[in-house]
Design a protein around this ligand. Structure first.
Ligand code: PEP
Ligand code: MN
Length: 263
């Protein structure tokens, strides 16, 4: 990693009045996908009440099967904007395609680039022309160096507001959905100033493991946690098995507050 520059990177990325990468832990939580106004509002109110800062929710979903729910698209973005209005939470939502940059950028506070788009260099260059913070998730088969070079695409094209998110990588292990790479978090905190978020929901694929791996991520240096939360995970259109219930999220937030200062 010695030849990486990442010179203009920000060590603290400001999302309005929320600082990602400062002394305090940032919590991003919400459903995998925005499914309805009611579903999103229930989740958003709980995220706020238990002490989160940023509401997540996909309006454009990168599904492995083209027959799976693809997201509510602009309607989903409108629900996110409504939730922000009511709760004061900031929004992070995924941008899937260059053609939707303007649309998604109008509604969100952080543009999420998903695992499957981490090496979409055309998209990364375009993100460099904005100043909206970008949360770059790790490609599930990307090395740490490839991931940092992807971040460098955005930064070197003019946008220093990059937040990394470790979301698990594919290994030979199949008992969990992916394998959380805690080494990566510790190494990146050692070698760069970039803020790093841990996503134990996708990293494990299993609700009961979200708490333990959130704590593990924090203890190796993560600046924040991203968690999926759903008012009724059994009926979720996406990633229900790894989504916390509202009560489960509240309980976990109490546990996280005991190990970290949450801003
Ligand atoms: C997500 O955050 O819902 C998501 C699709 O994540 P990833 O890109 O890490 O699979
Ligand atoms: Mn998901």
């Amino acid at each position: 990693l010695e030849d990486l520059s990442l010179e203009e990177q920000k060590s603290v990325v400001k999302v309005g009045d929320v600082a990602v990468g400062g002394d305090e832990l940032t919590v991003m939580a919400g459903p995998c996908a925005v499914e309805s106004r009611e579903q999103l509002m229930k989740a958003a109110r709980q995220v706020k009440k238990s002490g989160g800062q940023i509401l997540r929710g996909g309006a454009f979903k990168p599904r492995t099967s083209p027959h799976s729910f693809q997201g509510l698209k602009e309607q989903g973005l409108k629900y996110l904007a409504e939730a922000r209005e009511e709760t004061g939470l900031k929004i992070v939502t995924e941008l899937l395609d260059s053609t939707d940059i303007e649309l998604v950028n109008q509604y969100t506070d952080i543009l999420q680039i998903g695992s499957r788009n981490m090496q979409n260099y055309g998209l990364l260059k375009k993100l460099g022309e904005l100043d909206t913070p970008v949360m770059l998730k790790r490609g599930y088969a990307a090395t740490i160096k490839e991931w940092l070079l992807a971040a460098e695409y955005v930064i070197s094209h003019g946008n220093p507001n990059v937040i990394l998110c470790e979301r698990g990588i594919r290994t030979f292990e199949t008992a969990t959905r992916y394998t959380m790479d805690l080494n990566a978090i510790a190494l990146i905190k050692e070698k760069t100033n970039l803020p790093v978020i841990v996503d134990p929901s996708h990293g494990t694929g299993k609700r009961s493991l979200v708490g333990p791996l959130a704590k593990a991520g924090i203890s190796v240096g993560a600046d924040g946690v991203m968690m999926e939360v759903h008012p009724n995970p059994e009926e979720a259109l996406c990633d229900g098995q790894q989504s916390l219930t509202l009560d489960g999220y509240d309980q976990l937030m109490k546990e996280l507050s005991a190990v970290a200062e949450i801003s």
